[in-house]
Design a binder for this molecule. Structure first.
Ligand code: GLA
Length: 382
């Protein structure tokens, strides 16, 4: 709680203008308006966001200032992914990541590296040799090793947390995800990634990061992996729950069970990519037709000019419900990061249907804090 200026309060309260509790809450809101979410939750967990290159290129823009005021952790959306970072083998494009890490350091933020090994957004050359034939297992593992040593080594001591492996568990709960990494190198690639990252920066916190974290099959598999890794000394230090949720999903009881399961293994959870999709769900409609069928896209994109107040209220309630859960597990949760800062930049405007107008984040398209933001502050003011 920020300092209150106690004398002024008691005077106003004594004058009967406002109750002491109301005055306290008002002072808290005013103090937070000059500081941010990070300050409201400073005794609980880090509060982070994901930024792209444009956001941090010019630290004087309103967006960069907003990020610096509200958050104490940043993750690059794309700058460190393998494809964008190293489109040609051996020629990493350091300018963007260097600026991001410097921006984080300048603002005393925890910088999160995202992500060392992931089946998406990979460079074209990764899984083939010079003849365009599938690369050998040894060569793929070597490429993974070179990437991790180069990237983690470059930012040793400055990037405190790494999403080491992203989304390596199967969608259908059958174990490891089928991917070129798995098909060529076998499950060993996952643990190799953790081992090499640990060698490259022994002090960094190494996370396994994935979505649909409430899914019981995925939970079971992940817990088995954690136990196996711990038994064999594979350095895994925490689990990232992406947190791409909606107004009506996931099942909160299952979500809580997953938090408990990771806590029971003695590992911290990082909520790494939180956003709340408010639009009608597109599931049931498949394929490219979704975006081309006009009638369908009208139905799936109902709030092009603004979010109706009743849906905004549901969004606010959803964020509060999520943070109430996070606060309940504050001993386990080390960080809560949203995936992006304001609605206009969210990937949720284009996924799973392109070109919609979504409202998943805590700041609106004019960078103003939404009611959901005030709702979170209020959780701490009471
Ligand atoms: C996944 C990835 C992120 C990002 C989001 C949405 O969750 O981990 O890097 O790409 O999808 O864009």
């Amino acid at each position: 709680m920020p300092r209150l200026g106690r004398r002024r309060f008691t005077t106003l309260a004594a004058a009967g203008v406002l109750g002491l509790a109301q005055l306290r809450a008002r002072a808290f809101h005013q103090a937070v308006a000059q500081t941010g979410l990070k300050d409201a939750f400073k005794d609980d967990f880090l509060i982070g966001t994901a930024v792209d290159g444009r956001t941090i290129d010019d630290p004087s823009t309103p967006l960069a200032q907003l990020v610096a005021r509200e958050f104490n952790a940043i993750t690059p959306t794309n700058l460190m992914k393998w494809g964008p970072l190293e489109p040609r083998e051996g020629e990493p494009q350091w300018a963007g990541p260097d600026r991001l890490v410097a921006f984080g350091a300048a603002h005393g933020m925890t910088v999160v590296g995202h992500t060392l090994v992931w089946h998406s957004q990979t460079p074209r050359w990764l899984f083939v040799d010079e003849q365009n034939a599938p690369v050998s297992k040894e060569r793929l593992l070597k490429r993974i090793e070179t990437r991790i040593r180069t990237l983690v080594g470059r930012y040793q001591g400055r990037v405190a947390i790494w999403d080491v492996v992203n989304e390596a568990i199967d969608e259908d709960e059958k174990g490891w995800r089928q991917s070129p990494f798995l098909n060529i190198a076998g499950p060993e690639y996952v643990e190799r990634a953790f081992q090499i990252a640990h060698e490259a920066d022994p002090k960094a916190t190494l996370l396994y990061n994935d979505y649909n974290e409430h899914n019981p099959g995925r939970r079971r598999f992940l817990v088995d992996v954690i136990r196996d890794y711990k038994r064999r000394g594979v350095p895994i230090h925490g689990v990232g729950f992406q947190g791409h949720v909606g107004l009506e999903y996931p099942d909160f009881a299952e979500y809580e069970k997953s938090l408990q399961a990771i806590a029971a293994e003695g590992l911290p959870v990082h909520i790494t990519e939180l956003d709340v999709d408010v639009l009608p769900r597109a599931s049931g409609y498949t394929g490219a037709e979704i975006s081309t069928n006009f009638e369908l896209s009208e139905r799936l994109n109902p709030w092009k000019t603004g979010l109706p107040p009743e849906i905004d209220a549901r969004l606010t309630a959803r964020y509060r419900q999520l943070f109430e859960l996070f606060l309940k597990y504050r001993q386990t949760i080390a960080r809560v990061s949203t995936w992006g800062t304001f609605d206009g930049e969210s990937w949720k405007n284009n996924f799973p249907v392109r070109g919609r107008t979504n409202y998943p984040l805590l700041f609106d398209r004019e960078l103003k804090p939404k009611a959901a933001h005030a709702g979170l502050i209020a959780l701490k003011a009471r």
